[in-house]
Ligand binder design. Structure first.
Ligand SMILES: Cc1cc2nc3c(=O)[nH]c(=O)nc-3n(C[C@H](O)[C@H](O)[C@H](O)COP(=O)(O)O)c2cc1C
Length: 359
């Protein structure tokens, strides 16, 4: 891994390892024309940094307070399903890798290590649990109470996955979980059949839920509540009215509705709608450089989450690979701060970036 110096190096190394049928398509691909996937990354190039000089940047502080607790730098791991597709140690290794650098790991409902296994493997990692709201309310009750009991701090309710996006790669080449891997949070055979879970004609998720569900979830748990997938000011306003603790501005890594804004471009509208309320705003999607993190913070995010980059680290080097990728984000963010004349990441503000049209 010594020669891998940026997240793109991990992409290339991971691609050469993940050769099982359909696996790369699943992990890397987006939906439809992959417009959202491609634009989410490109959009960062439409913002540039406004560096300031002759400022003391001899010591820098990247830490942040997220939902009342510290992270050593404002980059966490987004929820991603079935991480044993990337590495046999799956989510346990990824969560330990995130803990080793002092940041948050969000476990997916569709994980291949269970809620409890991850909590036991990574007792020093700040863990959040992502919920795909299931048709059977008892399944939701079970998942929520297990996460709370296992010490997860927050529940991340994903909003943008009423049906599975049309991912052409896997329609052409389906994938299977590696032998011995299963959807570890579900006992039933239905829950363990990846293809059944992904079959839109037999939805297992509840497509009828409305904003009332927030109150219902509040009644089930004292965990903090974060909504993932918001892209508009209107929904951000509703989130604030419903007193959620946080919002992740996200287009699901370009895997769901393809004709949507890149999250970095949707951020300003959401931040404006949230205003001075206590609701924290984070973003994910296309973050591939430390300077991308800087730009997201300048546009109002408190923290960013990374999906695929972390998966490439996991594929290449298990727990150490995850830590190495997160360290790359950290050191690139640190360098951007120094070269921009900002000593603390909490001092990054809207004057630190400007919009730009690349030729
Ligand atoms: C392979 C894969 C699986 C994912 N699974 C989930 C999931 O189970 N739940 C969820 O809320 N988001 C899921 N996502 C979306 C991520 O949480 C995140 O929004 C997205 O990957 C961020 O974009 P990035 O990959 O460009 O960093 C998944 C993304 C990928 C790439």
């Amino acid at each position: 891994m010594l020669k891998l110096v940026c997240v793109d190096d991990f992409y290339t190394a991971a691609k050469s390892k993940l050769t099982a049928d359909g696996t790369w398509d699943y992990l890397e691909g987006g939906s439809d024309d992959q417009f959202a996937l491609q634009q989410s990354r490109k959009a960062f190039q439409r913002y540039v940094v406004r560096p300031r000089f002759l400022r003391d940047v001899s010591t820098r502080d990247l830490s942040a307070t997220i939902l009342g607790k510290n992270v050593s730098f404002p980059v966490g791991v987004a929820p991603m399903a079935m991480q044993k597709l990337a590495h046999p140690d799956g989510e346990c290794a990824a969560a330990m890798g995130a803990g080793a650098v002092g940041t948050i790991y969000i476990l997916s409902t569709m994980s291949t290590c269970s809620i409890e296994e991850v909590a036991n493997a990574a007792p020093n990692t700040r863990l959040w649990f992502q919920l795909y709201y299931q048709k059977d309310r008892n399944v939701n009750i079970d998942l929520i109470s297990r996460a709370e009991k296992a010490g997860y701090e927050a529940l991340v309710l994903t909003l943008d996955t009423q049906m599975i996006g049309k991912r052409r790669g896997n329609l052409r080449t389906p994938f299977n979980l590696p032998e011995n891997a299963k959807l570890a949070n579900f006992e039933s055979s239905a829950g363990n059949d990846v293809n059944k879970m992904r079959d839109n004609s037999k939805p297992v998720r509840d497509m009828s839920v409305t904003w009332d569900v927030i109150n219902w979830i509040r009644g089930q748990t004292t965990m903090k509540l974060v909504l993932k997938g918001i892209l508009t000011g209107e929904d951000a306003t509703l989130a604030v009215e419903n007193k959620v603790d946080g919002i992740i501005v996200s287009n699901h890594g370009g895997r769901q509705l393809d004709c949507v804004l890149p999250p970095i471009d949707a951020l300003a509208e959401v931040v404006a709608a949230v205003g001075k309320s206590d609701c924290e705003v984070y973003m994910d999607g296309g973050v591939s450089l430390g300077s991308d993190v800087f730009k997201a913070l300048a546009l109002g995010a408190k923290m960013v989450f990374v999906g695929r980059g972390v998966l490439w680290g996991l594929a290449v080097g298990g727990q150490q690979g995850v830590t190495k990728v997160l360290d790359i984000y950290r050191s690139e963010l640190d360098l951007t701060l120094a070269l921009s004349g900002v000593a603390k990441s909490c001092q990054i503000n809207s004057a630190c970036v400007q919009a730009y049209s690349p030729q």
